[in-house]
Design a protein around this ligand. Structure first.
Ligand code: ZN
Length: 298
């Protein structure tokens, strides 16, 4: 299984491939032949992906993944992260019930975006700024990383455009999401898009529509579902998004959250300083972040 991480050993960000729990520096282990960041590697094409996956931990001193100084977002998207809202029936139902409305299923995927400044990595702080929002909520999601760009991609070719998958938390400020009408403000705050800890390549992952997905807050399970419960599968999402819109290598797409978010619980629950939020996806791992008073995020 090929798993990529971006990490810091004190200096500039490094791209690593994880081998038997060891982080192999892609650029150093290849003698400078391979890129040192994931967007460049993805853009270089499949032969380069395979060359990076074949690197050996014997080539350079390779620390254990627990020993690297800091994991960073596995990639910094070069443009807004795409996201799908309302993609699990039970989540749509809980949202409608919380608003005392009739649940209505979408006929096509509902898209919104989160800016690159919202992206943080595993272990980074989710900033909590009470003068901005007091209703910060979690959303565990499977994230798709595009490998081969394209537009008007048909569903039966869509998965061949995928580089890999990672875990995401679509952190949402419910008060802003509601008061601003459109979702961008409530879902675009700094630090509101934790990604990681690794990107697992698609060829190794098998069926992305059969993965377990969980969210835990302070160790308590809040969301527990399967990606099989998505209304729009990943191939449908890619086909719909790429219709008349060019997808590029390294683009990231969040695929929606299952039921169990905070605002729809009785009584409603929101994140506050000190809370630890974990998103776990089978075969990918656990993305862990804590909420902290302040504005930094990274
Ligand atoms: Zn979401």
């Amino acid at each position: 299984v090929t798993r990529f991480v971006t990490y810091s050993d004190g200096g500039d960000p490094r791209l690593g491939v994880v081998k038997d729990g060891l982080v192999v520096d892609v650029q150093r282990a290849s003698g400078g032949a391979l890129p040192r960041d994931l967007p460049s590697l993805i853009g270089a094409g499949e032969a380069v992906w395979e060359a990076a996956g074949a690197l050996s931990a014997d080539a350079v001193p390779s620390p254990g993944i627990e020993d690297v100084a800091r994991l960073l977002p596995p990639l910094m998207p070069r443009k807004n992260v795409f996201a799908v809202g309302r993609n699990y029936r039970a989540h749509i139902a809980e949202g409608a019930a919380a608003r005392d409305e009739e649940a209505e299923l979408p006929r096509v995927p509902v898209f919104f975006t989160k800016p690159p400044t919202s992206v943080i990595g595993h272990g980074d702080e989710i900033p909590w700024q009470p003068e901005v929002t007091t209703r910060l909520d979690w959303e565990a999601e499977l994230a798709v990383v595009i490998g081969r760009g394209g537009r008007d991609i048909p569903p039966d070719e869509a998965l061949r455009h995928v580089f890999g998958y990672t875990a995401a938390n679509d952190v949402s400020a419910r008060d802003l999401q509601r008061s601003h009408g459109q979702w961008f403000k409530g879902k675009g705050l700094d630090g509101s898009c934790p990604l990681g800890p690794v990107v697992v390549t698609g060829d190794e992952l098998g069926d992305p529509g059969q993965l377990g997905i969980w969210c835990r807050v302070n160790g308590v399970v809040k969301q527990e579902a399967s990606t099989a419960q998505m209304i729009f599968s990943i191939d449908t999402i890619i086909a719909a998004l790429s219709a008349g819109l060019t997808l590029e290598p390294g683009d990231v797409i969040l695929t929606g959250t299952p039921e169990g978010v905070g605002f729809a619980r009785t009584p409603p629950e929101f994140l506050g300083p000190g809370d630890v939020v974990e998103v776990e996806i089978s075969q990918i791992g656990t993305l862990r972040n804590h909420v902290a008073l302040g504005t930094s995020g990274r």
